[in-house]
Design a protein around this ligand. Structure first.
Ligand code: NAD
Ligand code: IPM
Ligand code: MN
Length: 357
């Protein structure tokens, strides 16, 4: 019986639609397991800019710091995507949140539910049993270095920077996770070209002897992009820098069938933030078809990692599994065999998950 305060930060586009479902799952878990969860809501992204002029208002940040965990949706709006000159952008809110809360480790589990073997564009025999845990570094790299223009705006630059300390703390998290899994760690970099990658590789090599039970390999990011599709089962834990992790996990979402299936946990020293890896998806916003399972699975990570509620977390994952076993799909994970009456919208598939809780 625990009392916890959860901040819901839906953000933009389908972020609003999917976090509403994620929240319902948390409410159901609290009722079933006798916990008291209290909720508050806060603005980020485009909706925050519209209301306050600021993509991450101080009030939101304060509420985040004071809560036990954050369930986050997505940020982004086509208005800014198509206006490279915009100075204030929704994504700045997300990046500032990560930096301010010290969320340096982004865990992105890529686990294929067996029922979705047919939903991926990769052959089932290549995919079956794929189970990868990505550790994406989240507060460094080209994302946070100096950026700007020179030569009257005709030249642009972004500085990528990593300190030994930043690499080491994410690497240790990944090594420790590998210990609890199949004891394989793949470190991904571009050390044949990039200096931050050379530091990255140096740090991994230096601390690897402290984890003799973990088998370490180094791969270049370009080869990794290929290997993920060729043989996804060869990976167990993968650790990589911010930008490489961003790109590789969108690619890896296809192993799990869809972007709409991929949850993530952003953790550091303070409040943890739980967020689907997908964005605001304005192409489907307002249509009621967004897959809320990534938000629901993010809620499962929240229960496990921030609250230490293993049974509750597993109940959520099992409910998702049963909904898929019952044949229900959202449009993004349906295949040619899916009967039309089994293809549900955002709220309806959420209701099916609640039934199994
Ligand atoms: P996106 O993830 O929003 O969408 C990519 C594709 O996947 C789209 O076709 C979309 O319809 C589909 N998709 C994504 N989530 C889905 C779901 N839950 N169910 C069904 N289909 C889903 O990426 P994008 O189109 O490149 O970016 C759109 C906006 O989102 C941009 O402004 C971008 O900056 C932002 N973005 C935000 C985050 C975040 O907040 N964490 C992540 C990625 C992109
Ligand atoms: C993600 C997104 C963000 C990132 C963007 C929107 C800043 O793509 O959460 O994966 O690149 O980290
Ligand atoms: Mn991304």
């Amino acid at each position: 019986m625990a009392t916890k305060h959860i901040l819901i930060v839906p953000g933009d586009g389908i972020g609003q639609e999917v976090t509403a479902v994620g929240k319902k799952v948390l409410e159901k878990i609290a009722a079933r397991f006798g916990h008291t969860f209290t909720y508050d809501e806060a603005l980020i992204g485009h909706v925050a800019i519209e209301a306050t002029g600021n993509p991450l208002p101080d009030e939101t940040l304060e509420k985040m710091r004071k809560s036990d965990a954050v369930l986050f949706g997505a940020v982004g709006h086509p208005k800014y995507d198509n206006d490279p000159s915009a100075k204030v952008r929704p994504e700045q809110g997300l990046l500032k949140m990560r930096k301010e809360l010290g969320l340096y480790a982004n865990l992105r589990p890529i686990k294929l539910f067996d029922e979705l073997l047919g939903a991926s564009s990769i052959k089932p025999e290549i995919l079956k049993g794929a189970d990868i845990l990505f550790f994406r570094e989240l507060t460094g790299d080209i994302y946070f270095g100096e950026k700007g223009r020179k030569n009257n705006g005709d030249t642009a630059f972004d500085i990528a920077e990593y300190s030994r300390y930043e690499v080491e703390r994410i690497a240790r998290k990944a090594f420790e996770a590998a210990r609890t899994r199949r004891k394989k760690l793949c470190s991904v970099d571009k050390a044949n070209v990039i200096e931050t990658s050379r530091l990255w590789r140096e740090v991994i090599q230096k601390i690897a002897p402290e984890y003799p039970d973990v088998e370490v390999e180094h791969q270049f990011v370009d080869a990794t992009a290929m290997l993920l599709i060729k043989d996804p089962r060869r990976f167990d834990v993968v650790v990589t820098a911010n930008l490489f992790g961003d790109i590789l996990t969108d690619e890896a979402s296809q192993i799990a069938g869809s972007m709409g299936m991929l949850a993530s946990a952003s953790i550091g020293d303070g409040t943890g933030v739980y967020e689907p890896i997908h964005g605001s998806a304005h192409d489907i916003t307002g249509k009621g078809v967004a897959n809320p399972l990534a938000s629901i699975l993010s809620a499962a990570l929240l229960l496990d990692i921030s609250f230490g509620m293993k049974a509750e977390s597993e109940a959520v994952i099992s409910a998702v599994d049963q909904v898929l076993k019952a044949g229900f799909r959202t449009r993004d994970i349906a295949d040619q065999q899916t009967p039309a009456d089994k293809i549900l919208g955002t709220e309806a598939i959420g209701e099916e998950v609640l039934k199994f809780l």
